[in-house]
Design a protein around this ligand. Sequence first.
Ligand SMILES: NC(=O)c1ccc[n+]([C@@H]2O[C@H](COP(=O)([O-])OP(=O)(O)OC[C@H]3O[C@@H](n4cnc5c(N)ncnc54)[C@H](O)[C@@H]3O)[C@@H](O)[C@H]2O)c1
Length: 467
Amino acid sequence: MPDSSAAGRTSHPRAQRVCVVGAGYVGLTAAACLAHLGHSVTCVEANPGRLEVLRGGGIPIHEPGLGELVSEQVANTRLRWAADVASGLGDAQIVLLCVGTPPSPSGQPDLTQLAEAARQVGRAATQSLVVVVKSTVPPGSCEAIELICAEEARPGVSIRVASSPEFLRESRAVEDFLSPDRVVVGASDPEVADLVASLYPPASPVVRCDRRGAELVKYAANTFLAIKISFANEVAQLCDALGTDAFDVLDGVGADARIGRQFLNPGPGYGGSCLPKDVSGFIALGRSAGVRTSLASAAQEQNFHARNSISARLGKALGTLSGKRIGLLGLAFKEGTDDLRDSPSVQIADDLVAGGAEVYAHDPLVPRSATPAGVTRMMSSFEVIDGADAVVIGVDSEQYRSLDPLKVAQMMSGDVVFDAAGACNLVSWGKAGLTVYGVGRGTPSAFYPVVWPPLCWTVGMPADAVY
Ligand SMILES: NC(=O)c1ccc[n+]([C@@H]2O[C@H](COP(=O)([O-])OP(=O)(O)OC[C@H]3O[C@@H](n4cnc5c(N)ncnc54)[C@H](O)[C@@H]3O)[C@@H](O)[C@H]2O)c1
């Protein structure tokens, strides 16, 4: 978290006048952090609901530390709000485009918001400036945006476009922006690259490349992370079949410094607003460039399997989902966020409802209004557990990790727990009398010795094993 001891005033050696377009997870974080670093920032948000919350002194998303930082920077007048680019651009030297690039059915991102924002900047610019694309966009987009801006710009106004993709993680956005692993800057000339690099915290490691390269870094990085998660789920499937524990196996695998332990956790598959969309984007990119992206496709396929398998396995464990009361702990796509976009837990909820179950869910951060259709929201995890035939843990959060299994067992009417997120200690939950299923946790019923020739003693899987 940033040090606010100096009332949020730090001075940046090259303070700039910046306009940030879009006040979502990326734009709002960038705006507040850039103001904290000493830049003078106007943040433009087109959604009236979001803008009203900002103008009222709140923030429209959940992000630890961000509300405090925004309040500080608004109070010291380094951060201001505007409803549109025409009124917010002013004399900004740099414009950051942080608008959404949601997935489209073809797998390619929908760049409508970005094209419109570029047109607005082109029309509003009264002096030459640099546009930095922080949204995730396929290679070639910055070049196209530069053409759009040029088409709209008045004579004598030059708008140069650079790429600097964002790598922040939701729930750690402020920390990631202020202490990045790296900053990537893609520009067509070194002067622009210097200007863009000068926005960031002074000690940030900067990777410079051309614009297409910078745009591709983001897709390649997210696709690699998705491949790691899908690989962990593939190992988990083997562990379930062999009756061993994937977390132990992956501890052993990830201890190799060349591999690393992060993102090697089995579970209900990757989700959120970035990984699924960016893997699809990477595959679509390969398709249009005539390049095979078979690893990305395999990761995607494994992810579909990981997501779909949870409700199917639970149905098998319970005999049927129909009429069962099921408690679901966690709805967001991971711990510490309110973001439901492409959340595996939401898919689990939808699948359970479609299977005829009565689903009761808890998530402390997700607004009640965002509850998936057919699901009843409860205020506490214990209300969800009370009287449940089965409990599904969909998000690995401290709150669920620290549940007392004895209390859970007493409150449930059934005994089946499906720990999709890998939050439980299987031994203590099992000792409490619960039957715990998980992803890659093996199960006593699934344990059959498999011994290879010439040690020929192979036993088939039991027909009723729940994997
Ligand atoms: N969310 C993440 O963790 C994350 C991380 C890295 C990169 N990204 C990428 O960054 C981009 C933004 O993601 P996000 O999660 O912040 O999206 P978001 O949907 O939360 O926010 C985008 C905001 O832009 C606003 N907007 C759109 N057009 C506008 C315009 N012309 N003028 C003013 N405001 C406008 C929207 O109203 C919205 O509030 C996407 O390309 C995403 O892939 C996201």
